[in-house]
Write a new protein. Sequence first.
Length: 359
Amino acid sequence: MTKFAAYVHIDRAALRHNLNQLRRRAPHARIMVVVKGDAYGHGMMAVCRALTEADAFAVARIDEALRLREAGIQHPILVLEGVFQISDIELAYQHQLQLVVHDPFQLKLFKQVTLPQPIPVWMKIDTGMHRLGFRIENALAMYRELQACAAVQKPLVLMSHFACADTPPHALNQSQLVAFEQLCQQATEAKSMANSAALFHLDASHFDWVRIGLSVYGISASAIHSSETLNLKPVMTFYSSLIAVRPHKKGESVGYGATWEAPHDTYLGVVAAGYADGYPRHAPSGTHVLVNRRVVPLVGRVSMDMITVDLGANATDKVGDEVILWGEGLPVEEIADAAATIPYELVTKIMKRSVKYYR
């Protein structure tokens, strides 16, 4: 690890702490940890190896699931987007994967495939997200067709997905839940609907399985609660260091476009991190950064490899001092708000040159 470059620490103890907190929220449900997108940028293999107490893992695509199997991960693995050719159903059987079926095209594939033994299937129902899933008015007929497929293991798992769980008062939450429960009255299968936000706000949605993504990484998926109030610990801390400390006069600008001018004499710190490392290009002046564990403001535009911060007129910071861009002491949600984006985007955009270290 070079001190004068951006890098990331992943805290495996924080991962396990968060999983335990989440299990307390839904003590009667099994926990599926979502590790798609390289575990939201945290490193898929390392996260799965750390979370041996999870009941299952979920990925978006079959290639992610195959990489986990090749790495020796033996937990149940669900492919959330399912598959789109018969050969991939055969691969799923070979590697003991579970598949979501959300479209009549996929149902047709299961009618055509011949397997030595049936495989576990989760049937996705569209209760109001209107992205993937069988429409609620067709779901019962599709359910019966899936049940009749020799390649489908019985019983199925029925699942749906909230559109607005991060905003608990939203009327769509209750209408989706009611629609899902009404359909499930006609089936005896296990059920799954809750994501990270619903785990904290919609207890009636916990059912048999909860699918946990953002919150296991110590990031709040709630519009009304911070990760700290939910007793979640940040797993990713994005570090760098000062590579220059410069006196700066009142009225002088800094950076491309001269978008910021100093209101008084001060010292500027130049930090070895920019958008090529995964720091958001559109973070504005005033965005918080921690230098030696104190809050200082970002000033000027974010560059490819550097940002500048206002250290203050009495600064004693020096080259090589620690900088935290988000994580321990500075929630990534705060940086996302400042940059008019979401935490998901920030943590998944950490670039390869920002090396990850696991502790």
